[in-house]
Write a protein that binds this ligand. Structure first.
Ligand code: OAD
Length: 228
């Protein structure tokens, strides 16, 4: 089977009702990004940070995978398909995708502050009083200024791509935005986004489809199956 590598961002979950980061009504509204998504923000006010992610975690229970998530899961029948997602929601897994790498962490996990390798499943609110092995717990989210432990693996996966598909990301946040550069030169790079990033439009290597995630995927799904 051919390898289909898919990089997804907030835009693929938009049709499920989860706000993207950079749209006017986006996730950060009312919050300074560094307050809720940086180690300094956590040091300054862990309760505010926990509450911010508690709201997002609770929201997950009210939303469902959309047609785009479901189509990617279906394409596993035809491809050795890996999703590298910048999203912290669990909609790819709930749609049935089996190989999902969460570059920026997961809302439904927390970890010990004193031992980053001790990661726990977590589907309820997190408070500053919650501990494990004597350590307080923090959201399992990659904050600004932190390393991305899964990036090396993501790079390796990108190098194996026969086709590299990018869906619903503004490609503003590195290193994720540069992952497609690791795909072999002869691998087509396809970018589906309802409002594609201008930088990418200037990259002649990328075939852009300016549609929503579900419309864009529906428009190429049959072709993808044919060339599988
Ligand atoms: P952004 O909010 O930056 O970009 C969302 C993209 O989705 C934009 O390009 C929109 O045009 C597009 N979009 C919106 N609705 C869409 C739809 N229905 N179908 C297709 N595309 C749609 O989100 P990301 O690129 O995912 O990092 O942001 C990357 C990272 O920045 C996030 O993972 C987060 C943030 O800072 C961390 O938290 C570490």
């Amino acid at each position: 089977m051919k390898n289909l590598v898919v990089l997804t961002g907030a835009g693929i979950s938009a049709e499920s009702g989860i706000s993207t980061f950079r749209d006017a009504n986006g996730l950060w509204e009312g919050h300074n990004i560094m307050e809720v998504a940086s180690p300094e923000g956590w040091q300054a006010n862990p309760e505010l940070v926990n509450n911010f992610y508690n709201i997002r975690r609770a929201q997950l229970k009210t939303v469902n995978p959309n047609a785009a998530h479901l189509m990617l899961a279906e394409l596993e029948k035809y491809y050795n398909l890996t999703i590298i997602t910048q999203n912290v929601d669990n909609l790819h897994e709930r749609a049935g995708s089996n190989n999902v790498l969460h570059l920026h962490g997961e809302l439904n996990k927390v970890r010990e502050v004193n031992n980053p390798d001790s990661i726990l499943e977590w589907d309820k609110d997190l408070s500053c009083n919650d501990t494990h092995n004597g350590s307080i717990l923090r959201p399992h989210i990659v904050w600004f200024g932190e390393d991305i432990p899964l990036f090396t693996k993501a790079k390796e996966i990108a190098t194996t791509a026969h086709i590299f598909l990018i869906i619903g990301t503004s490609l503003q946040v590195y290193p994720a935005a540069g992952l497609y550069h690791y795909a072999p030169e002869n691998a087509p790079v396809i970018y589906i986004d309802s409002n594609p990033s201008q930088d990418v439009l200037e990259d002649s290597r990328i075939h852009t489809i300016a549609k929503t995630a579900s419309e864009g995927l529906a428009s190429i799904k049959q072709k993808l199956i044919e060339i599988a």
